[in-house]
Design a binder for this molecule. Structure first.
Ligand code: GUN
Ligand code: ZN
Length: 640
């Protein structure tokens, strides 16, 4: 069973419970060849901290000695590994060497007989050069075998491998069908040749297509991905598990893996690695070693690179900055950059899983950063939801943030003349009243703008002015003064509500007399009182609102269910009323358009108000997880 602990976009930190212990994901399973142990499984566990390994049941089955030992002692004792053992089924051998002479039934039975924790269906490896018809036929066969494996798996967990070659629709269809079966883990298979040929853009198509079809509550394993260079990016795309045979294979031909590529011992000019394997060695000392010692040191170095990178990836998810790490890693190879650039095609899908705000600012690492779902959402919401207060626009050029602090006098001057200040920022036009919301205030761009950015900003600006239809658009320095009276805070309060909740809820929330409580320290809006009721509070860190119970009740009254709501079962109501969080298993229905970290109203089945809080997961995730927090409840009316 999978429980999500923390998320960043499609990436997640999870706990995966198996009968041999809990695996914290993202995790990599080193491939153990039972015939050649360069690093022993015990060392992988104790020295490197790997809690799961993968080995090949087909190799074991075809070796009389190993087969007998595995069936009498059990796999864990034979390999002397106290953690979780996954086995593969012989499919990869069919890809490498042609037809294998075993059946799916035989392989499932054999994997059960040796005590594998997670066995694998004998799926059909769909090659990238196959015709659509061949692929389609093979996928049907893999699905049939998976269905049967689920029937006979007993208490062994099973890998249901998503196949479909380079055809995203076949991948998605295969994934969707497998999601309905009693599968425990979903590897994405048939991808090794694509990685070997550096076809990363197609790899992105395949991963996203598979993710779309799969259920969120099961781990996704990217078969054959074990290079530290690709782990951050693949995790960002929602892969939880990886395996690596390359740490050993590369060591066999004197190749060192690093996060920026693979380098041959004879090509490296200086060993700048401080991992426990390299420490104390020089290139010369390694070159002088006998083959076996050299192989052992390089294999260990490769494993340390993997464990280091995984630790960094976990930290980045925890700190909500995996996008930055993945973007930086993708600069190691032009083909990886292709993969990153391909993500632009999936903006809408990524946006659904993108948190409404993060605690940290977005750092621009290159023009690809502007294609991130956080900026895409800003564009969409600006175009769909923004209504100006003044119907003429005065253009400002980007400068220091927050804009309303550095441009205060300029903004006052143009507003007094009846103009809305619009700042031309590196991610498009920003109406001054929205300058404090995430990601506008919480993003850092270089001062020297690149051509891609200029071009994109121009496109977005054209769309914006086409949509908003100001009566006039001029440069701010053409405006001298004016005497129109206005309240900047009132303009900000309405514009933020429109951006965050849309017109329907804004009309419910803000009517009659609007009084504002300002922070004594900063002068910024804190509480919004509508007709005497405290409906909203504004957060200082991301410029968005938290919903107050009075505001939530207004939405319930005027906006039809399930919009803005999570509907919980009766049993959970007393706990939530005490301020406990709402867990996945207690949510009966939810607004499918709610994004992670968005404000949400918890109601009972009769649509009575129970609490307000922030959604941690989306509805499709909540449906699929049996554990974990779905909605973080704001207890006793305090802010979350
Ligand atoms: N190892 C690498 N790719 C694959 C695959 O597609 N299927 C299986 N079973 N194992 C693999
Ligand atoms: Zn090293």
């Amino acid at each position: 069973m999978l429980e999500i602990v923390k998320r960043d976009g499609l990436a997640r930190l999870c706990k995966f419970e198996t009968r041999s212990g809990i695996l914290k994901t993202p995790a990599l399973l080193p491939v153990v060849n039972p015939k050649i142990l360069i690093v022993t499984p015990k060392e992988l566990y104790n020295e490197f901290g790997f809690r799961a390994i993968i080995t090949n049941s087909y190799i074991i089955k075809n070796d009389t000695n190993l087969k007998n030992r595995a069936q009498t002692e059990g796999l864990h004792r034979m390999l002397d590994f106290p953690g979780i053992i996954m086995t593969d089924s012989g499919t990869f051998q069919s890809h490498m060497y042609g037809e294998v002479k075993v059946t799916n039934d035989e392989m499932i039975d054999f994997q059960k007989s040796i005590g594998t924790d997670i066995g694998t269906v004998l799926d059909i490896f769909t090659e990238p050069y196959w015709t659509r018809e061949e692929v389609s036929r093979s996928v049907s066969e893999t699905l049939e075998r998976t269905r049967h494996a689920c029937d006979i798996k007993g208490d062994m967990m099973i890998n249901g491998v998503v196949q479909g070659s380079v055809y995203p629709d076949l991948r998605e269809d295969c994934a969707r069908k497998m999601a309905t079966m009693n599968v425990d883990v979903h590897p994405i298979g048939g991808t090794v040749p694509l990685m070997e040929q550096y076809r990363y853009a197609e790899l992105v198509d395949i991963i996203i297509a598979s993710k779309k079809g799969l259920a969120a509550g099961r781990p996704v394993h990217l078969f054959g991905a074990g290079h530290p260079m690709i782990l951050a990016f693949a995790t960002l795309l929602g892969c939880d598990l990886f395996d690596s045979a390359s740490y050993a294979k590369f060591a066999r031909d004197d190749r060192f893996m690093f996060t920026d590529g693979t380098f041959r011992l004879n090509d490296i000019q200086f060993l700048d690695c401080n991992c426990p394997a390299c420490r104390g060695n020089t290139l010369e000392s390694i070159k002088k070693m006998d083959k076996k010692s050299r192989e052992s040191i390089i294999a260990r170095h490769n494993l340390y690179q993997i464990t280091n990178e995984l630790a960094l990836i976990r930290r980045c998810i925890e700190e909500e900055r995996l996008w930055e790490l993945a973007e930086i890693r993708c600069r190691a190879h032009p083909a990886l950059l292709d993969g990153l650039r391909r993500l632009r095609f999936y903006k809408d899908y990524l946006e659904c899983k993108e948190p409404i705000s993060r605690d940290r600012a977005i750092f621009y690492t290159g023009s690809e950063s502007r294609a991130r779902p956080a900026f895409h959402r800003y564009t969409e919401r600006l175009l769909e939801r923004y209504v100006p207060y003044f119907h003429k626009a005065a253009i400002f050029t980007d400068s220091k943030k927050p804009y309303s602090k550095y441009y205060a006098s300029g903004f006052n001057r143009v507003r007094a003349a009846g103009y809305t200040p619009i700042i031309m920022s590196p991610f498009g036009p920003v109406p001054a009243e929205l300058d404090e919301i995430y990601p506008i205030a919480q993003s850092l761009f270089p001062g020297i703008i690149d051509c891609d950015t200029n071009e994109d900003v121009k496109k977005m600006t054209d769309l914006f002015f086409e949509k908003v239809k100001f009566e006039e658009v001029i440069s701010e320095n053409e405006i001298k003064s004016g005497n129109i009276e206005y309240d900047t805070n009132q303009i900000r309060v309405r514009a933020t509500a429109m951006y965050q909740f849309g017109p329907e809820a804004t009309n419910a929330l803000l009517h009659g007399k609007i009084d504002l409580v300002l922070s004594r320290k900063t002068g910024k809006v804190r509480n919004v009182i509508s007709d005497g009721e405290h409906v909203l509070s504004m957060r200082a860190n991301d410029g968005f609102y938290t919903l107050r119970p009075e505001g939530a009740k207004r939405i319930i009254e005027l906006v039809p269910t399930p919009k803005f709501r999570a509907i919980v079962v009766d049993d959970a109501v007393p706990y939530i009323l005490q301020g406990r969080n709402a867990f996945c298993q207690f949510v009966a229905n939810m607004d499918p358009n709610i994004r992670p970290m968005e404000e949400i109203i918890v109601v009972d089945k009769d649509d009575n108000f129970v609490a307000t809080g922030r959604a941690i997961l989306t509805w499709d995730e909540i449906k699929s997880f049996k554990r974990g927090i779905a909605v973080k409840i704001r207890s006793g009316g305090s802010e979350v």
